[in-house]
Ligand binder design. Structure first.
Ligand code: F6R
Length: 259
């Protein structure tokens, strides 16, 4: 695990976008795993900026998103399908037919999740997975108590995640937030060949501490990433503030990245 600590989220997002863009340039048929939420918005802006200014093309790329709320149509303002179309897909040359988001309206949720796993496998697995982190240490919607071997399935959101996400829903009401989601499992996520997690702001400091320096435990599902051999954590100073070895990580990653 490499922890890159930047002064600001702008700086961290730019560096992460350069890493994603280099991977796409190197493998135009890349299979991407993508996240939603407020954290990757700047990353996606930077990726689009780089694609416009360079030869980086997503024409042959494919993507699978981490999760989707149960009960929301892809056209709903807070659906993750809509988020992706607005924040990334409409700004790069990826073919919409090659982008995949779980269907929160599927009649048979179990079948929807099993089919998603099959699709990812048939595509050769995720080459590069983008992640955010919840304030409770979740990745995708793998809330505390999720098995570290879990696969794509229907999950129940914790009250703290519902509270965190309510700001985006009608009048910020918690009652508007779906209580269930379809989510890739931790076991699904850690099979990605490369992982980039972004974390910004002091509200993520405890989660980052648990992810990087805590024990590997299902009570902070991001901690499973400690066992991955190509995982990059991009933080700003606030989210990295509780790390014991932050100076060492900053020096080491800067040396590796030639910063
Ligand atoms: C979203 C996702 C979630 C978010 C996390 C942080 O696809 O998988 O794990 O990354 O809840 O959300 P934000 O970025 O809004 O703080």
């Amino acid at each position: 695990m490499e922890v890159v600590i930047c002064k600001t989220k702008q700086e961290a997002s730019k560096l992460a976008a350069e890493m994603v863009s280099a991977a796409v340039l190197n493998n135009p048929k890349i299979v991407l795993g993508l996240a939603t939420g407020s954290t990757p918005v700047l990353l996606y802006k930077e990726m689009a900026k780089i694609a416009k200014a360079t030869k980086v093309s997503y024409k042959q790329a494919k993507s699978w998103n981490l999760d989707e709320y149960v009960g929301l149509a892809g056209t709903h303002e807070q659906s993750y399908r809509r988020f992706m179309n607005e924040n990334l897909f409409s700004h790069i040359d990826i073919q919409i037919k090659n982008t995949h988001v779980l269907n929160g309206l599927a009649k048979n949720l179990e079948r929807e999740c099993a089919a998603y796993e099959k699709q990812i496998k048939a595509a050769g697995g995720i080459d590069l997975q983008v992640l955010g982190i919840g304030s409770d240490g979740h990745i995708a919607f793998n809330e505390p108590g999720s098995s570290l071997k879990s696969r794509t399935r229907c999950v129940y959101l914790t009250p703290s995640t519902i509270k965190d996400n309510a700001r985006l829903f009608f009048k910020g009401k918690e009652s508007e937030v779906p209580t269930r989601a379809l989510s890739m499992g931790v076991g699904t996520i850690v099979e990605a060949k490369k992982i980039i997690l972004l974390a910004f702001g002091k509200g993520k400091a405890d989660a980052v501490k648990g992810c990087v320096e805590g024990p590997v435990t299902q009570f902070c599902t991001a901690s499973a990433l400690q066992e991955h051999n190509d995982c990059w954590i991009f933080c700003d100073e606030e989210s990295a503030s509780k790390l014991k070895l932050k100076k060492y990580y900053a020096w080491r990653s800067a040396t590796i990245l030639g910063l």
